[in-house]
Design a protein around this ligand. Sequence first.
Ligand code: COA
Length: 153
Amino acid sequence: MIKYTKAKLSDIQAMQDLVLDEVKKGIILFRSADEMATNIRSYILAKDDDDNIVGFGALHFHAFDLAEVRSLIVSDKCRGLGIGKAIVEELLNEGKALDVKKIFTLTYVKAFFESIGFEEIPKESLPAHKIWADCIKCKHFPVCDEIALIKTI
Ligand SMILES: CC(C)(COP(=O)(O)OP(=O)(O)OC[C@H]1O[C@@H](n2cnc3c(N)ncnc32)[C@H](O)[C@@H]1OP(=O)(O)O)[C@@H](O)C(=O)NCCC(=O)NCCS
């Protein structure tokens, strides 16, 4: 059975290993161990029966009413089992408990987020600091074909 838990600093190495292939492909942004440590409270992990990390995602706050689902990954061999959806639902519940109103994401997997109730929005409607703090680090910047989606909760 898959367990959903908060990340600890000691999980960072395994999280970086899990995401490596998607970072190389440019699907997920590289985050240093120090940056992950700074944001460690934002991550939720999916762990299997042997306590191996099989997926994770983060909820990052941008404003008093706005957060972002980011860094979402499920290991290759565990995809299609509902783990990605369950991680996002955990993140949405965490946002709800903190009274966030809207949660957005930037992604290549539009249909996945639509299946969880997210709706496409123009990228220009995202906060400018998101573009300058994060997107500028992406190897696809400024020719970006990611799609922005948002969910009101
Ligand atoms: C995207 C990703 C996290 C999905 O995780 P997953 O555990 O395989 O997804 P789930 O099994 O929870 O799927 C949930 C729903 O989304 C759909 N879905 C999953 N992956 C999809 C994809 N790549 N494209 C379209 N729909 C997809 C499923 O069919 C399912 O639909 P249903 O609820 O109607 O049955 C996983 O494929 C992944 O790690 N991809 C690489 C990294 C990535 O793209 N991350 C997103 C960056 S924001």
